[in-house]
Design a protein around this ligand. Structure first.
Ligand SMILES: *Cc1c(COP(=O)(O)O)cnc(C)c1O
Length: 392
């Protein structure tokens, strides 16, 4: 029988009815601690009262009006993002892949406007993930994602993540930009070293390339900074964000310097739904909360506590856990059993996590968790690890 919902996901047989803070309640009434957070989307947890208020208030006023007109919410959210980043301008869309598409188009268009249309290739890192549209799939370059979807969109070169010499060697007369995630998320929670990110900035400057960061997963406080690249003390020219920005409402953005955006004149890009008043009302409130004094310092503190708790569990099960890694509240546990098995067992024990590449189990909890949630997660993790059969 054909699935009424296209079966592109290997879904767990589990559905949720409501959420509150860091907890989800399934249709059978069971409670789950949600360290998946809709894959790093529910940054403020479920049904945060201020987000509910912002969305319902806007719902009574105006839902959609088209980008043929000014959207004051976009101007407010853009101003907030610009005021707290390297950027001078923002384009709003509905997802991470769309944000990255805009980044890629902008880089090509910049060199076109500069009189160098031949400079249209983007150098990307292996193990990267930038979305599921045809261009972002090509940028990610992962065989398993591209399989059967040929022809692959042209214009992307790949070098090993973290290898400065390989990146320098890949730069040629057709290079337009460098694109990486400051922490590879889907690839398995692999943080770039600050030195690597600084070297990319220097290479971009030396060769006149644009530096693009994909902060779709790392942005909006996930690492304890508003944006992960702040930890390296450098800035990109263009950046895509999405996941945490809407706290569960679909919204993405491409941020850029005025120079990088110089080719994006009227008519060069668009989105029917992008930046609609509902999305902007929620995003503005997410930023109000995340940028409130002390919030990000609190995330850093929470992240240290969670990391210490996970390290302690891992130390008790050296035969079950190979590594714990990550930055802030973007953490990965690499078990010795298949990650799918650990994710399923954790779920059965009431803790939601997400698989990632390199056999990693991702923990990306809401940024608002406290000691109670850390203790509960550590407790479920150690109970679950003791159930996992030792490798033969
Ligand atoms: C999730 C993700 C994307 C794609 O976002 P969608 O909203 O699924 O299109 C792109 N880049 C990174 C780093 C991501 O984690």
């Amino acid at each position: 029988m054909v699935a009424v919902v296209l079966p592109t996901y290997a879904r767990a047989d589990l559905a949720f009815e409501r959420g509150e803070g860091a907890y989800l309640y399934a249709t059978d009434g069971r409670r789950y601690l949600d360290f998946a957070a809709g894959v790093a989307v529910n940054a403020l947890g479920h049904c945060h009262p201020r987000l509910v208020a912002a969305l319902t208030e806007q719902a009574h006023k105006l839902w959609h009006c088209s980008n043929l007109y000014r959207v004051p919410g976009q101007e407010r959210v853009a101003t907030r993002l610009i005021g707290h980043s390297f950027a001078d301008t923002a384009f709003f869309c509905n997802s991470g892949a769309e944000a990255m598409e805009c980044c890629i188009k902008m880089a090509r268009r910049y060199h076109h406007a500069d009189g160098h249309p031949e400079r249209n290739r983007v150098i990307c890192a292996t193990g990267g993930f930038h979305g599921r549209t045809l261009a972002t799939l090509a940028a990610g370059g992962q065989k398993k994602h591209l399989d059967g979807f040929a022809p692959v969109v042209e214009g992307f070169d790949h070098v090993p993540f973290g290898d400065v010499a390989a990146l320098r060697a890949a730069i040629g007369p057709n290079s337009a930009a460098i694109l990486v995630e400051p922490v590879q998320g889907e690839g398995g929670i692999v943080p770039a070293s600050p030195d690597y990110l600084r070297a990319l900035r220097a290479l971009a400057d030396e060769f006149g390339l644009l530096l693009i960061f994909d902060e779709v997963q790392t942005g909006i406080g996930r690492t304890g900074r508003l944006f992960a690249h702040e930890l390296a003390g450098i800035t990109p020219d263009i950046m895509g964000i999405a996941k945490g920005l809407g706290g569960g409402f679909p919204v993405g953005a491409c941020l850029a310097t005025e120079t990088a955006a110089k080719g994006m004149t009227p008519g060069t890009h668009g989105s029917t739904f992008g930046g609609n008043p509902l999305a902007m009302a929620v995003a503005e409130t997410v930023l109000d909360v995340v940028l409130a004094p002390g919030f990000l310092a609190g995330v850093e503190q929470t992240a240290r506590q969670l990391r210490a708790a996970l390290d302690a569990v891992a130390a008790r099960f050296p035969d079950k856990v190979e590594a714990v890694r990550g930055v802030g509240l973007l953490l990965g546990i690499k078990p010795r059993c298949p990650n799918t098995e650990l994710v399923a067992r954790l779920r059965a024990n009431g803790l939601l996590t997400v698989g990632a590449g390199d056999n990693v189990v991702r923990m990306v909890p809401p940024l608002i968790i406290g000691q109670a949630e850390i203790d509960l997660a550590a407790d479920i993790l150690s109970r679950t690890l003791s159930e996992v059969g030792a490798p033969s």
